[in-house]
Design a binder for this molecule. Sequence first.
Ligand code: PLP
Length: 374
Amino acid sequence: MKVDFYTSKREYDQKKEEFDKAIQKIIEKGNFILGEEVREFEKAIEEYTGAKHAIGVASGTDALVIAADILGFKDGKEIITSPFTFLASASCITKHGGKPVFVDIDEETFGIDVNKIEEKINENTVGILPIHLFDQMPDMDKIMDVAEKHNLKVLEDAAEAFGMRWKGNGEEYKHSGAIGDFGVFSFFPTKTLGGYGDGGMIITNNDELANLAKCYRVHGASKKYHYDFIGYNSRLDTLQASILSVKLKYIDDAIKRRKEIAELYMEKLKDCKNVRLPIAKGDQKQVYYVFNILAEDRDGLAEYLKKNEIGYSIYYPIPLHLQESFKYLGYKKGDFPVAERICGEILALPIYPEITNEEIEYVCDTIINFYKNK
Ligand SMILES: *Cc1c(COP(=O)(O)O)cnc(C)c1O
């Protein structure tokens, strides 16, 4: 049996008519740049997340770069973040000369170790950039307390966390990205809410920051051809907004199905002593964006999965402090032992709403077989 790590085809086949209609409508109208469908989608995101403002941009990476620029994460200022994440979480800081200051991760959740943030703060520190990685958020109460105490800005990288909620099971829950000064989402196709191409969103509860973000995405123009800042050309495509609006209607069902899949993995692999299953910490609603295991002989297992035509992914094989591009920051091997160890053990298994239980069972049996035959 061949199991794709991810495919958009099954969802498209199931809802072909709806997607085709959404796409065709935009092509017929020809309102490709910031058409009314973009504003409609932004409004739907405001409603879903509870954020006062949502501003559609061209990608999650652009959302981070624009937000970091506006918050002053630049010009030699220091911003505390995690080395175990996608490049864009830190490159948005270095893009304008800011300095990412890394803190090791919590070995159970893979998120920033919130107890190690405060010791890195000095007079040059201006912000914290927490990442809601894979399946859960770091302790946002603690992060917001530290930020308030030291007068720091908070930019939440919620690229992977659409639908994720802090205090998710209580009435007072907050949606990921809607807690700090800015939060960003990515609509990269594989994400929980993914488009048919690149797309991203900035959210905020602050009117002034929202206005700046709206200017910055159109070259810094407050009015057409009146440039108050040097901004960007970074807009969410009307076509993508229209496609994403279709997907948003089904997002709660999609997350529910992801949860079922994660539970099936947990059940099937619970007796396999060679893998460590995900651990969730804190009161939050997860979205099961990625199902990660920590595996003994990870590279051997990866090879075996490949041989058996099972898709997998490794997020991330190298922590950011050891990347060539960040060499100039002066970090070395051994600086963040937890992140470095996890990079050698982590492996992501296929998880998307359209995958079948039969396929999951096949993936689990293959993993169990690998260790049995070793
Ligand atoms: C996907 C992702 C991004 C970047 O999003 P793009 O839309 O691909 O630019 C940023 N941060 C994290 C943690 C991500 O997973």
